[in-house]
Design a protein around this ligand. Structure first.
Ligand code: ABT
Ligand code: MG
Length: 138
């Protein structure tokens, strides 16, 4: 059990002006920000980040969406970070997300679901390294 996870606030949420509200939820839930940047992915970078889904039918749309506007990337720390963060954001499909979760509150659809959370300790480390150098984190 690791104490770190990686998140992105996705282009749908930054576009709607929900970035501040979502960050507020995350911090109020007890997560500490260890690194953060506001940036925009190229299609090539989004494709690399989601390479694990390359063979899935939604890959093309996913890459297009994730490179369609700015994102906020962050490394978060908390005890049991990966599982607790997935709980905070709710189900991938916001229609199935529990009341009070970030996706229930801010996401419109499974393809544009406002926020990313790593699904394992191993992926949290890989995804954090994808975005942040040693100088940009602590
Ligand atoms: P991420 O946190 O973005 O990884 O989402 P999550 O782990 O909850 O769900 P997965 B299965 O990893 O989905 C990755 C992205 O693909 C989108 N998607 C997923 C679809 O558009 N259609 C589908 O049927 C499925 C299963 C949702 C995720 N992202 N976005 N944006
Ligand atoms: Mg995932």
């Amino acid at each position: 059990m690791s104490n770190r996870t990686f998140t992105m606030i996705k282009p749908d949420a930054t576009r709607k002006g929900d970035t501040g509200a979502i960050l507020n939820h995350i911090v109020k839930a007890g997560f500490t920000v260890k690194a953060m940047k506001w940036t925009k992915l190229t299609a090539e970078q989004a494709g690399l980040f989601y390479e694990i889904h390359k063979e899935r039918p939604f890959y093309g749309e996913l890459v297009e969406f994730m490179s369609s506007g700015p994102i906020v990337a962050a490394i978060l720390e908390k005890e049991n970070a990966v599982a607790d963060f997935r709980k905070l954001i709710g189900a991938t499909n916001p229609a199935q997300a529990e009341e009070g979760t970030i996706r229930k509150l801010y996401a419109a659809s499974v393809g544009e679901n406002a926020v990313h959370g790593s699904d394992s300790d191993e992926n949290a480390a890989i995804e954090g390294d994808f975005f942040f150098s040693k100088l940009e984190r602590f």
